[in-house]
Design a protein around this ligand. Structure first.
Ligand code: MLT
Length: 247
């Protein structure tokens, strides 16, 4: 049976995939918390967090479950981790689903933003991070019409540990540029964008998809950066159709 490994973004945990995990009954689904996120313990020093470290943790998880190869589905930071898996463990990746992500490294300005957010998290806690990020995470439509989704995302961010948040921010600011990985992806790839995503804009994701050799692009309307939670039915259908085609 095909295994699908769901890799969450920042600053979330595995529950950001709850709709997909519930809907995908024909596949073996694994949706872990990355180190320092959700219920997973993590080191306290930020420099012990990196995309390479997250990737190593996931390979150890697959090894422990005797899974030789998985379809990997990542959102945003989850996508950055997929690029790391493709660089170092390509034989473990059977197909790729990239949601709301990008291949470029952080600009100097973005790195300063990471440092400021880590300082804010340490000073004011994870809920302050939620309140700062939500206007950019969710589409205007979701923010106006879906108070349940806004609440769910706020609570999810609010329960993250400050050490995990600061560690992930360190990993994000230090991540390598992955644009050279794109045209070497040798497995079927699905790219999912939200038409109101201001963090990984849809037009940039479309350009990224055009570089990947065997790719499909799906634009999700009415969604910002969190397509799996904002438009779960559309994302479930796209992912299921992609997985079915893989056989
Ligand atoms: C994420 O959703 O993982 C973050 O938006 C990643 C980022 O800030 O680059």
């Amino acid at each position: 049976m095909t295994t699908v490994l769901f890799i969450h973004g920042f600053p979330f945990d595995h529950l950001m995939w709850r709709h997909q995990v519930a809907a995908l009954s024909g596949w073996r689904v694994i949706a872990p918390d990355l180190r320092g996120a959700g219920a997973a313990l993590g080191p306290s020093a930020p420099d012990e967090y990196s995309m390479a470290g997250y990737a190593n943790d996931l390979i150890a998880l697959l090894d422990g479950m005797h899974v030789q190869q998985a379809v990997v589905c990542g959102l945003s930071m989850g996508g950055y981790i997929i690029f790391e898996l493709l660089r170092r463990f390509p034989e473990r990746v059977g197909a790729v689903i990239l949601c709301n992500t990008k291949a470029e490294a952080d600009t100097p300005d973005a790195k300063r933003g990471r440092d400021a957010l880590a300082a804010r998290a340490r000073r004011d806690g994870a809920l302050a991070v939620a309140d700062e990020m939500i206007p950019r995470l969710l589409s205007p439509a979701t923010q106006k019409q879906r108070p349940d989704v806004v609440r769910e995302v706020r609570e999810m961010i609010g329960r993250q540990s400050v050490t995990g948040v600061a560690g992930a921010l360190h990993a994000l600011r230090e991540r390598p540029d992955s644009t050279a990985v794109l045209d070497r992806i040798a497995v079927p790839t699905l790219v999912v964008a939200g038409d109101d995503d201001v963090i990984a804009p849809a037009n940039e994701m479309k350009q990224m998809a055009e570089v990947i050799p065997d790719t499909e692009f799906v634009l999700v309307r009415g969604a910002g950066h969190l397509t799996p939670l904002e438009q779960p039915l559309v994302v479930n259908a796209a992912v299921a159709a992609f997985l079915e085609k893989l056989g």
